[in-house]
Design a protein around this ligand. Structure first.
Ligand code: NAP
Length: 523
């Protein structure tokens, strides 16, 4: 069996700690093992000294060039990577491309963003401002790469995009990265890391890979380090509350659970192109990556008048996908398994929670017998759709407002079609990564932005006009902010140049106008 290795302090290390087996979640076949490794304090020290100094000797443009070269490298290995994602991630080919092409797109986008940045070692923010009226003294904000290590801890669902996306931004900013993928799906991240490191495109210390548990990693955090975490709210809370993280005030960015909502406006007529888009998007969000997307739609707000038409349309599409759920190695399969037995157990117990407040209108969580696998094999869950009553939908304590079931699961929530009630229901989720409004009513849309956008990191406005060109709301683009308030972690990643912010220290340079202009090359 293949043993995966971490790359720490300049060496590949297999470790001798407790092993974890990595499996194919469709067939239960064991594919590889990962052992816990130590020496994490030394690895962080190596990142700060070796990696940091090499990176800061390069300009933003140099580092951007590296990102461009890495995008090409991964593109060249695309087929191999898709094969790994299908085997260890339970991804269909389409799901695998979503993750891997997403990773390549972030590299390419940040290569382009970086090519436009100045050659100077820092970024100037805005213009120098006189300290007071008539003063020769100026305040100029500058952004310099932090001197620590960027510690990236990722979730299991996007092993490629999660790791590479975070890396691209930190690298462009000039910080060395130590990346820890989630263990259950680490094969894809491990191969990508191997490709990146063997390419010799990166200076020593710029990138390290930690496989297996985080061990005592956080005990070694320093005040110039940045922690970017994606995963469950529970683990996020542990990281934010870690004594050393609190003591050092290392910068922490959290991307956590999210109960994303789709809001169907009262003007969306069944049979219209916009209504068809609602159906298409809801089905994509429920079933892409077997619903294991932080941006997947979990709550579908639908005016009572359109409820029946929407339910019927969704049942139709979901039963077709349920019939083609199985081993993603089979090309006819449209939805693969969840990533592990533990995730399946978690999703089933989550559905039971939701079912205490809503009725199941599609799917049997206990179903066995899927395409291409023997009965009882694999971590499969067919799409499950629930429906609440209008009264239950408004109960802020209802489980569908509090519990994220990380699988192909969503709940229909009838409402009265008003912005006020939609906002009340969205707010019950206490902050989400994304929400989508389907409406052609401009007044309603303007009111919804004011009432709902503060609860969201991204708001998708879907109209009849763009229905043909629209992309499902769960798709994150490198130029768009990814992160959401409250329950979603109150973090922010990507979003173009703004995404560099966590890795750069904002400092006011306060001094004489002429001196500042000379130093910053404004003369
Ligand atoms: P998880 O169990 O919280 O694990 C996330 C990562 O944290 C893994 O790498 C895990 O390592 C690591 N970890 C666990 N305990 C740790 C500790 N005490 N200290 C440091 N690291 C620790 O989450 P998951 O099950 O992988 O992912 C599913 C969750 O992620 C869902 O709730 C989903 O909503 C969320 N998610 C959010 C976003 C977003 O952008 N907001 C994106 C994707 C997923 P091991 O795997 O080795 O345990």
């Amino acid at each position: 069996m293949k043993q995966l290795s971490s790359y720490l302090a300049g060496a590949w290390r297999t470790g001798d700690g407790k092993p974890t087996q990595l499996v194919n979640p469709a067939t239960d076949a064991v594919l590889a093992s990962v052992h816990a490794v130590g020496g994490l304090g030394e690895a962080l020290a190596w990142a700060r000294s070796e990696g940091g100094s090499h990176l800061r000797a390069q300009s933003f443009r140099d580092r951007a060039q590296t990102l461009g070269a890495l995008a090409k490298l991964l593109h060249g290995a695309r087929e191999e990577l898709i094969g790994i994602a299908v085997a260890n991630g339970g991804n269909t080919r389409g799901d695998a491309k979503f993750d891997i092409d997403g990773a390549i797109a972030v590299l390419a986008t940040y290569a382009t963003i970086g090519a436009e940045l100045p050659v100077a070692p820092q970024l100037a923010e805005g213009e120098p401002e006189p300290l007071h009226k008539g003063s020769k003294l100026r305040a100029q904000h500058v952004l310099t790469p932090r001197l620590g290590a960027a510690i990236h801890i990722n979730a299991f669902n996007f092993p490629a995009w999660g790791m590479v996306g975070k890396f691209a931004v930190a690298h462009l900013a000039g910080m060395p990265v130590l990346s820890k993928p989630a263990t259950s799906t680490a094969m894809l991240a491990a191969r990508i890391a191997e490709l990146m490191l063997e390419s010799k495109l990166l200076p020593a210390g710029a990138f390290q890979l930690l496989l297996g548990p985080a061990g005592d990693l956080l005990d070694h955090v320093g005040p110039q380090d940045v922690i970017a975490f994606t995963g469950s709210a529970d683990t996020g809370a542990k990281i934010r509350g870690h004594a050393r993280v609190i003591a050092t005030n290392a910068h922490v960015n959290l991307e956590a659970d999210s109960l994303n909502a789709a809001i169907i406006g009262p003007d969306v007529e069944p049979g219209s192109e916009l209504f068809d888009l609602v159906v298409r998007d809801c089905v994509t969000e429920l079933t892409q990556k077997a619903g294991q997307k932080c941006t997947a739609t979990r709550r579908i707000l639908v005016p009572q008048a359109q409820l029946e038409a929407l339910r019927d349309a969704l049942l139709d599409r979901l039963s077709a996908i349920a019939a083609k759920t199985g081993d993603p190695a089979d090309d006819a399969v449209r939805m693969g398994p969840l990533s592990s037995r533990a995730q399946l157990a978690d999703a089933r117990s989550g559905i039971a929670k939701l079912a205490s407040a809503a009725r199941v209108v599609h799917g049997n969580p206990e179903r066995t017998g899927f395409v291409g696998v023997a009965d009882g094999v694999g971590s499969f869950l067919e799409p499950v759709l629930l429906e609440a009553t209008a009264a239950a939908a408004r109960d802020a304590a209802a489980p569908f407002h509090a519990h994220e079931v990380f699988g192909p699961v969503a709940t229909l929530l009838p409402y009265d079609g008003s912005v006020a009630q939609a906002a009340e229901i969205v707010a019950a989720g206490q902050g989400s990564l994304v929400g989508t409004l389907y409406s052609d009513d401009r007044q309603l849309t303007a009111a919804a932005i004011a009432a709902i956008a503060p609860w969201l990191g991204r708001m998708v406005l879907a109209t009849e006009k763009i229905a043909g060109a629209s992309l499902a709301p769960g798709c994150v683009f490198p130029v768009a902010n990814h992160g959401g308030p409250g329950r979603a972690g109150a973090g922010g990643e990507l979003g173009g140049k703004a995404g560099l912010a966590p890795y750069l220290q904002r400092t006011t340079l306060q001094g004489g106008a002429a001196e500042l202009a000379r130093l910053l090359g404004h003369e």
